[in-house]
Ligand binder design. Structure first.
Ligand SMILES: [Zn+2]
Length: 758
């Protein structure tokens, strides 16, 4: 076998070097002198030992190896070498191979002239100023590359190439290697090439049917086509975990009273989701590896995501493959005698892939009833989630998410949580992205990339902004800012994937809104303003800098996330200040201050000012219990419970609008009171809702608008576990001619006729 390879390589030797020769065993002494003599005889040139530099002299197991390179003025001639293998004890020649440039030797006088004319000396060629001018040429050249323009490392060597003194520079970028040749005599780029790194052999790539965006447009129900795409980075090997992978965890206790995210960092008698996860990751490393290949059935376990079925999915009947416990876990809580304790619970591995053809036969079909068992058996959702997560991680990686570990470890996806109370949901929690089951009229969120990207947006925030991040005024991290940012990260990925191309439903994304700051009273709506402002910035960045603008602004966003890591109480203002700070620092891809005016202008257009004296536009709603705020009576978590008179509940709202310093609300302003079309609306029967929405006009600032609201005590539908209905009137302010509201507040009632009659 070895011999065949060796012979083949001889055949492929080209004549590009000018003179080539192979000297076989015993035919000449194993000395450089003997080789030079041979070359001189055969070329009629007069080489001497001074034309060569000795590069290596190495004892190998079976021979001594010497290598020389042809050189002029101390600069090697490209692709030349004399390599001599000799017997370690007898010094007899085993093999010599010669690659010599005749041309360079013939022109040696000319080369010497060129060299001195350019005022090169051995010292000058190593000088800083030459290095600087070369590095400038290189930076400019790399910056022009469309997909891989970040310099991660650089090395160079000077060589003679066909009579030209060149510096060959090898630049390592994120995804590949640039090789750029600069003529030192002409001070310009003479050759360049780019090679993408080979995919690590520890991954498999397979083609599959996936939705580039989603299966179904939420607002219209329109179905979009799937396409064949590559599932990348499927692990070639997996931990061989057996039947109960987390058995070793059974002896460890995670009681509620010892839960402490901060103390668990320094004292291992405490625990947190993070410390629990680390313990399990340590455990997994101890398992032997097994191959994850098509022959034995491949699982969708990859570099960026592992696909699991929810542990409770085992209670579905009719699953047509064996459910095996996976090494990935979710945290479950258990109560014993009033004490709560957490336990990691293994997910279940999904459907095995036996061939690429098998995968390509997984055809996405939208079932009318979203039957979970049929979906599980088809394996389609597994594929789609795998694809969605991988796309996000790869895209963000390209745009600067390259933090060690944080950018490379997988998220764990859990599909088909059968809990009915979780229906129609997707959520992120502790490094996992979770899917449930879906109602016939809802979209299957496992086939909806923007939803996947939003949830993973929370995941990326969790990783970069840290486990100890707190949002101002929000408990549990569920703040408007968090939602707005997750929308924004999804938006970045949508832009990365579509380059601004329109697709059905895109206009309805929550991030496309005109909602201003300080003009809402619950976090979903607050988040619109925060995310919307960032969406505007991104649009502006792309308008100015094109696709580069997307990359640069994503780079800025990621840096601002790092710079807010573990902030104890991050406010929207604090976040935007950190964006400006990250901008002022600049980066390898951004110049300092590149986005300052874009950020400031976008915020100004959202009724926001950094200065303490800034007077924003305002929307104030008063009623008999005072002002309506995010926590007052009438707010989401504090709805007004009343019985009214004669089965009619009545409240009179008074609305006061102010334009503010930025002239954000413009007069005359249109006020719409929406009863039906808002999220989760419809449980209460409002008087006059047939003519939905009710429309008013506020002619000028200072006019107080009366909004009488009346509802039937009897529910239209019951939507609360206690037999009541909770619903809201959605007050929305529109500027003239605008299609989207600039301000919106919700006024909640909770009605329970049965309770009132008692
Ligand atoms: Zn969210």
């Amino acid at each position: 076998m070895k011999k065949t390879t060796f012979l083949a390589s001889l055949v492929f030797m080209s004549a590009a070097y000018g003179y080539e020769a192979q000297v076989s065993k015993g035919t000449l002494p194993a000395t450089m002198d003997a080789m030079i003599e041979k070359v001189n005889v055969e070329t009629s040139l007069r080489f001497s030992i001074n034309d060569f530099i000795k590069v290596e002299d190495l004892q190998l197991a079976t021979s001594r190896f010497e290598m020389y390179v042809q050189a002029h003025q101390g600069v090697p001639v490209s692709k030349t070498a004399v390599r001599i293998w000799s017997d370690k004890s007898t010094q007899e020649l085993i093999l010599a191979e010669l690659h010599i440039s005749e041309e360079d030797k013939k022109n040696e006088k000319l080369l010497a002239q060129k060299f001195s004319k350019a005022r090169f000396t051995s010292a000058a060629i190593k000088s800083k100023s030459l290095a600087r001018s070369v590095s400038k040429l290189i930076t400019e050249e790399i910056a022009r590359h469309k997909t891989d323009s970040k310099i991660l490392g650089m090395k160079s060597k000077d060589v003679w190439v066909k009579g030209d003194l060149v510096r060959e520079v090898e630049v390592r970028s994120r995804r590949g290697l640039h090789i750029i040749t600069i003529s030192l005599l002409k001070n310009k780029v003479t050759e360049k090439s780019y090679t993408e790194f080979p995919q690590s052999e520890s991954f498999h790539n397979l083609k599959a049917n996936v939705y580039p965006i989603y299966e179904e447009v939420e607002a219209t129900g329109e179905k979009l086509p799937y396409e064949v795409k590559v599932l990348k980075y499927i692990n070639a090997s997996l931990a061989d975990v057996g039947e109960s992978p987390l058995a070793e965890m059974a002896s460890l206790k995670f009681p509620e009273e010892l839960y402490n995210p901060i103390l668990s960092e320094i004292d291992n008698s405490f625990w947190s989701e993070t410390s629990l996860r680390k313990t399990i990751e340590g455990l997994v490393k101890k398992f032997p590896l097994r191959s994850n290949d098509l022959g034995s059935g491949m699982l969708l376990q990859g570099k960026y995501v592992t696909i699991n079925l929810h542990p409770a999915a085992s209670k579905f009947t009719g699953i047509n493959f064996d459910l095996k416990p996976s090494v990935n876990h979710i945290v479950g809580w258990f109560e014993t005698n009033g004490f709560y304790e957490a336990k990691p619970i293994s997910g279940l591995y999904g459907k095995l892939i036996t061939s690429e053809d098998d995968l390509l036969h997984r055809i996405p079909v939208r079932l009318i009833d979203h039957d979970a068992v049929s979906y599980i058996n088809s394996g389609v959702d597994e594929v789609q989630v795998y694809y969605g997560v991988t796309v996000l991680m790869e895209a963000l990686g390209e745009m600067g998410f390259e933090d060690p570990e944080l950018s490379t470890k997988p998220f764990h996806a859990f599909l088909y949580d059968p809990d009915i109370s979780m229906k129609d949901n997707a959520y992120y929690y502790d490094n996992t992205i979770n899917f449930t089951t879906y109602s016939p009229t809802q979209t299957n969120l496992a086939r909806d990339n923007p939803t996947i990207w939003h949830e993973l947006g929370h995941g990326v925030m969790d990783r970069l902004m840290g486990p100890h991040l707190g949002f101002e005024g929000a408990r549990g991290g569920y703040g408007g800012l968090s939602e707005g940012m997750a929308d924004f990260i999804a938006d970045i990925v949508v832009e990365h994937q579509t380059s601004g191309a329109k697709f059905p439903g895109k206009e309805d994304f929550r991030i496309n809104n005109n909602t201003g700051f300080y003009l809402t009273n619950e976090y979903h709506d607050d988040g619109e303003a925060y995310g919307g402002a960032m969406g505007d910035m991104l649009d502006d960045a792309i308008a100015v800098h094109g696709r580069e603008g997307l990359y640069d602004f994503a780079d800025l966003t990621l840096e601002a996330m790092r710079l807010t890591r573990n902030h104890p109480a991050l406010s929207p203002k604090g976040w935007y200040e950190h964006m400006l700070y990250a901008d002022s620092l600049g980066s390898e891809v951004r110049t300092p201050g590149q986005f300052k005016s874009i950020i400031e202008e976008a915020l100004k257009r959202r009724n926001f000012g950094f200065s303490d004296s800034f007077k924003p536009g305002s929307m104030t709603v008063h009623f008999e219990k005072g002002e309506l705020t995010s926590s007052s009576p009438g707010s989401r978590d504090n709805p007004i419970v009343s019985c009214g008179t004669d089965e009619i509940v009545t409240h009179n709202l008074k609305l006061d609008l102010k334009a503010g310093e930025a002239d954000f609300i413009k007069f005359p302003a249109t006020v719409k009171v929406e009863f039906k079309k808002g999220a989760l609306q419809g449980a209460i029967k409002w008087l006059g809702e047939e003519a939905n929405p009710t429309i008013y006009t506020v002619a000028s600032e200072g006019d107080i608008l009366d909004i009488p609201l009346s509802a039937h005590l009897e529910c239209e539908t019951i939507n609360q576990p206690d037999g009541s209905c909770k619903d809201y009137a959605y007050l929305q302010i529109f500027n003239q001619g605008s299609l989207r509201p600039v301000a919106k507040k919700r006024f909640y009632l909770k009605l329970n006729k049965a309770e009132c009659i008692k």
